[in-house]
Write a protein that binds this ligand. Structure first.
Ligand SMILES: CC(C)(COP(=O)(O)OP(=O)(O)OC[C@H]1O[C@@H](n2cnc3c(N)ncnc32)[C@H](O)[C@@H]1OP(=O)(O)O)[C@@H](O)C(=O)NCCC(=O)NCCS
Length: 177
């Protein structure tokens, strides 16, 4: 699905120069609806956010035919005994929903976590009425672990959120030599 194979969708690391595309992805009302973003966030605030990532944060973007249309983040941020845990976030421009961009990003996040960063548990929160996002996460092995009631305020009302996580089965032991 990615990287020079002739496929339409390419996933790569986010560059500082991607800030304007990221702003365009993060600010449409339909995207704000599914996230904890606040409407009217300025392009300047989003540029600063991208230029100053939290320690350990990995950010990816997805391109369709060279246009940046999606972004994802993986953030291992817990105390020492939670170094196997990372939070994940995901946004795709509404122009390109249902074309596999979100799937390409989650696939890359899971690959990074499993095969490169030794993250065992990837977790995220998703509003209980965000059916496309729930479906997408379940497709990649995330499970609903519980409901966080009145977790966020959205468009004038409190909304419930699922805590979802994908817990990787333990790595196979290396074969004895
Ligand atoms: C959720 C989101 C990232 C999905 O991105 P996307 O590029 O459309 O994802 P994909 O095209 O890879 O997959 C979408 C899947 O949802 C399915 N879907 C679409 N609408 C659906 C609905 N109403 N109910 C159930 N499934 C639905 C699609 O069929 C597709 O599944 P499939 O691959 O099995 O066919 C995107 O909608 C988005 O950015 N939403 C706003 C921000 C957000 O909610 N972020 C997630 C917070 S956890």
């Amino acid at each position: 699905m990615s990287d020079g194979s002739g496929a339409r969708i390419r996933v790569r690391g986010m560059e500082a120069d991607d800030w304007r595309d990221a702003h365009d992805i993060w600010t449409p009302p339909d995207v704000v609806w599914g996230t904890l973003q606040v409407p009217y966030r300025s392009a300047d605030d989003n540029r600063k956010k991208i230029e100053n990532p939290p320690e350990g944060m990995v950010r990816l973007v997805a391109e369709i035919d060279g246009r940046v249309v999606g972004s994802a983040g993986l953030h291992p941020s817990g105390p020492p005994r939670m170094r196997h845990v990372a939070r994940c976030g995901l946004m795709v421009h509404p122009d390109t929903w249902n074309q596999g961009v979100g799937s390409a990003l989650v696939e890359a996040i899971v690959d990074l976590a499993d095969n490169w960063l030794h993250i065992r548990r990837i977790e995220l929160t998703v509003y209980t009425d965000n059916t496309p996002a729930i479906h997408l996460c379940e497709k990649f092995g995330f499970e609903i672990e519980g409901t966080l009631r009145a977790y966020a305020f959205r468009d004038g009302e409190y909304v419930d959120t699922y805590m979802m996580a994908r817990v990787r089965v333990a790595c196979p032991a290396p074969e004895a030599v």
